[in-house]
Each structure stands twice: as C-alpha cells, then as structure tokens.
Design a protein around this ligand. Structure first.
Ligand SMILES: [Zn+2]
Length: 181
C-alpha cells in the first residue's frame, strides 16, 4: 500500500473514490476510501484498483459505502453536481466553460472530461440546453421582449441570442413564439 492510499483511507478522502478500493482482512469487506466505517488497522488493509480484483480476492462490498453502486462509484459526481448548481445559479450571466472551471478550481480540460464522462454531454452543451429550454419557456409563456429573455438566459446581446436560438431550435425566437402561441 502506498502512503497516499493509507492517508486517503485514514481521512475518508472522497477524492480517491473510484480510484481504488480497500479491503479489511479481518472482516473480508471492501470499501471506498471515503467510507466512514470503523477505522481499520493498517496491517489489515489491502488495496485493490478495481471492484473485480477485490471480489476475486474474496472480499464482499460494504453495505455502508456501497462500492458497487455506480452513482456512488464515480469519483466526480460532486464536481458535476457543483457544475450543475453553478449553471442554475448563474444562468443570467454569460458563463463559459473557463468561468465554471475557475470557480471549481479545476482546469477547463479536466472539467470537460469529467462532465462528459458522467453526463455524456459537454458542460457548454448542457449550459446551452438549460439556456434554451428556459428561453423557450419564456417565449411561450410570457410577453417579455426577446432582449429581456436573452438577458435572463445569459446573453447580453439579442442578436447573439437569436443566432444561438435559431441554431438550436431551427427557428428564430420570434418565429418560435408565433408557432407556439
Ligand atoms: Zn464501506
């Protein structure tokens, strides 16, 4: 076991979840690094890089941290959730991938990679989806001017908004509005 792995286990460090699992020889149970189960003695701990290798070695998954549960296995769920709340809270500002990455203290490349892996879309695409579905809702259900709708979904400029909207839906905002009303 590497020192860093032991430190991760000892500190229940969720940053290491998904990177490795640890088994405790006295119970034959294996856990994620973040598991808050009773702290094992170091000499009883074995490190496994995959679920498979832990199981092949005769260990059973812990019922508490559920290392096999996909939702919990991904080390990056937290990062994605934080990204989603940034998008939700800052939808009216012209948010970019770089802005989001900076707020999360990670690189744009890393955020992009993790987000894609977890959600199958890029953060920018997700942001556009949220913007456009809100814009569609406002066009359909309110009498707000297009410029106001543009601003409330993060575009400072009505023309940029219209171009993006048309690219996304195939219709200009005005045309979309006449279609749905
Ligand atoms: Zn556990």
């Amino acid at each position: 076991m590497k020192e860093i792995e032991w430190v991760a286990v000892a500190n229940n460090d969720d940053a290491f979840d998904g990177q490795f699992y640890y088994g405790v020889s006295t119970t034959l149970i294996f856990c994620r690094p973040s598991c808050h189960s009773k702290m094992p003695l170091r000499k009883h701990v074995s490190i496994f890089s995959t679920l498979r290798s832990a199981k092949d070695a005769g260990y059973r998954p812990c019922k508490r941290c559920r290392p096999e549960d996909l939702i919990y296995t991904h080390p990056n769920t937290q990062l994605v959730n934080k990204t989603l709340s940034i998008i939700e809270l800052q939808l009216t500002s012209p948010l970019t991938l770089k802005d989001m990455a900076e707020q999360l203290f990670v690189s744009s490349t890393y955020l992009q990679k993790v987000f894609m892996k977890e959600t199958k879309v890029s953060p920018s695409r997700y942001l556009t989806n949220v913007r456009m579905s809100k814009a569609k809702h406002l066009l359909q259900h309110t009498d707000l001017l297009v410029i106001n709708i543009a601003q409330s979904v993060g575009y400072q400029n009505a023309a940029h908004f219209s171009t993006a909207f048309q690219r996304y839906t195939g219709d200009s905002p005005t045309k979309f509005r006449t279609k749905v009303q």
